[in-house]
Design a protein around this ligand. Structure first.
Ligand SMILES: Cc1cc2nc3c(=O)[nH]c(=O)nc-3n(C[C@H](O)[C@H](O)[C@H](O)COP(=O)(O)OP(=O)(O)OC[C@H]3O[C@@H](n4cnc5c(N)ncnc54)[C@H](O)[C@@H]3O)c2cc1C
Length: 475
């Protein structure tokens, strides 16, 4: 462990060596010289060190969101010694730590259907008019995913961040994690980057794209709030009273504009110009009112500022609405997202890039692993520039149901790494469509099975045939 000598912070040579002694760490002579040499330079050269290799797995999955947890369960069920890492204290990513509570472009086959059936078994899901979407209870989802991983024999490590990756030419050989257990190394035959932001691939030096072509702007972040209201049915009726029509989009627009006026009346105009409320269970609802613009996924300070700003805004809006009384009387925030929702991260270069052209023509692929149907959902990139609005950016873009091929999940730069979820290989517009969780689960399932079959048969992922995966893509 190294430390920056900074008398202003009371970190003197004496306190440095005392803390080393307390940490029971041997203080190599070189460390003393190094620290002395660069004190005050604003950089720190860490002394070289050996770290323990904890395991030699068949498959390592980094990130346990909808894609990563599905990949790990599929790999373990295929017989692979599988390890799964996540920085959060729960499995599920945006589904749980992100409090998303709303699945889109949902599939009725494979692991996706099993998750739905098991939520139903615990009465933890609110089916909707349209079969391709539903609301679920995040606590139930946490428990379900932990049970499914335990049953499958996945070795789960929570509170553990993937912090480095080592490769020999085109083979990823090991990752390094940091956690309460310190810095540890893990080796595997195949790796899956399901970090959403493509962290593993970036650490390994793989090529990627990020943001809107030409501007590099990324979609905004959103923090959700789970809220207890006095009477959810009364609230729903109040928000739809003006336009109670069968036309879903008309009803949605009228609800949203009524909500917008209420938030203005409360003195808290929202940062999201399309505020929405989702009905989760009884009088528990979800507020999607917040957007944080211009935040890059590799900037921890910006993500922290966005997180604290979002939580402040959500509480101000709750306080303002409560003061209005009526259907807002007594409303209480029960929870906000522990991990603010990041819509857009790195798109890692694969053996195939899914493009807007695929969406427009409804592409079909021999090695299809999922058929996506969701529209191009680019949230406005800023509030003060018309060019950045959803309408402008997606003007004229039409989507026909299209296939995502296995090749888009196999890294172009590393022979034994796959991607799953929102960091797969695609362009800015295609990403805005296939990124929803209804597609992340089948992607994870395909990546997990491919990585496992390759590891257990001494082949590379690209050498595994689509028929071997025995997937049931929805048609
Ligand atoms: C605000 C918002 C609203 C959305 N709305 C919807 C919607 O209504 N319905 C829908 O279906 N989809 C929606 N989406 C899209 C969808 O949620 C994501 O695209 C989906 O999360 C993709 O799943 P994933 O597993 O790739 O990523 P994520 O869910 O982001 O999971 C990535 C996981 O990796 C972990 N991780 C990241 N870096 C590291 C690291 N270095 N070390 C260890 N762990 C790491 C994270 O903690 C996280 O658990 C929304 C997304 C956002 C952000």
């Amino acid at each position: 462990m190294a430390m920056l000598l900074n008398p202003a912070q009371g970190v003197t040579r004496r306190s440095f060596f005392r803390s080393m002694a307390l940490a029971g760490a041997a203080v190599p002579a070189s460390a003393m010289a190094e620290t002395e040499k660069i004190a005050g330079a604003g950089v720190l050269r860490e002394p070289a060190r050996d770290i323990p290799v904890r395991d030699d797995a068949d498959v390592i999955v980094c990130g346990a969101g909808p894609a990563g947890v599905s990949a790990a369960i599929a790999a373990a069920r295929a017989g692979a010694n599988t390890r799964l890492f996540d920085i959060n204290g729960c499995l599920g990513g945006i589904w749980t730590a992100g409090l998303l509570c709303w699945v889109l472009d949902y599939k009725t086959t494979g692991l996706a259907d099993e998750i739905t059936q098991r939520l139903d078994a615990r009465d933890a899901r609110r089916a909707q008019r349209r079969r391709s979407r539903y609301a679920y209870e995040p606590e139930e989802m946490k428990l379900l995913l932990e049970n499914m991983c335990t049953e499958a024999g996945v070795k789960v490590r929570l509170h553990t961040g993937v912090r480095a990756a080592y490769r020999e030419d085109r083979r990823l050989t090991a990752i390094v994690t940091e956690s309460k257990s310190g810095r540890e190394a893990w080796r595997a035959k195949n790796f899956i980057d399901a970090t959403g932001d493509g962290d593993l691939a970036a650490f390994a030096g793989c090529g990627f794209d990020l943001g809107q072509p030409g501007t590099g702007k990324c979609q905004p972040l959103t923090m959700y709030a789970l809220v207890l209201v006095k009477d959810a049915e009364a609230l729903k009726a109040y928000l739809t009273e003006e336009k109670d029509t069968a036309d879903e989009s008309q009803r949605y627009r009228s609800k949203t504009s009524k909500l917008m006026r209420e938030l203005h009346r409360a003195g808290t105009p929202p940062s999201y110009n399309n505020p929405s409320i989702f009905y989760i269970r009884d009088n528990v609802v979800l507020f999607m009112f917040n957007h944080e613009y211009g935040v890059n996924v590799d900037d921890a300070d910006a993500i922290t500022a966005a997180t604290m700003n979002a939580r402040r805004e959500l509480n101000a809006m709750a306080d303002g609405l409560r003061k209005l009384g009526g259907v807002w009387d007594n409303l209480r925030i029960i929870a906000t997202s522990e991990h603010i929702g990041i819509r857009e991260g790195r798109r890692i270069h694969g053996l195939y890039q899914v493009t807007m052209d695929d969406l427009a023509k409804g592409a079909r692929h021999e090695d299809a692993i999922v058929r996506a149907r969701f529209g191009v959902d680019v949230h406005c990139l800023s509030l003060d520039n018309k060019e950045d609005s959803h309408g402008e950016i997606t003007k004229g873009l039409k989507v026909k149901p299209y296939d995502v091929p296995l090749r888009a999940l196999i890294s172009r730069d590393l022979d034994n790494m796959l991607m799953a979820g929102r960091c797969i290989s695609g362009d800015f517009f295609a990403h805005a469509s296939y990124r929803v969780t209804g597609n992340s689960v089948p992607m994870g399932e395909a990546a997990g099975r491919t990585a496992a079959l390759a590891a257990l048969s001494g082949r590379l992922p690209a050498q595994v045939g689509i028929s071997e995966l025995k997937l049931e893509p929805e048609t």
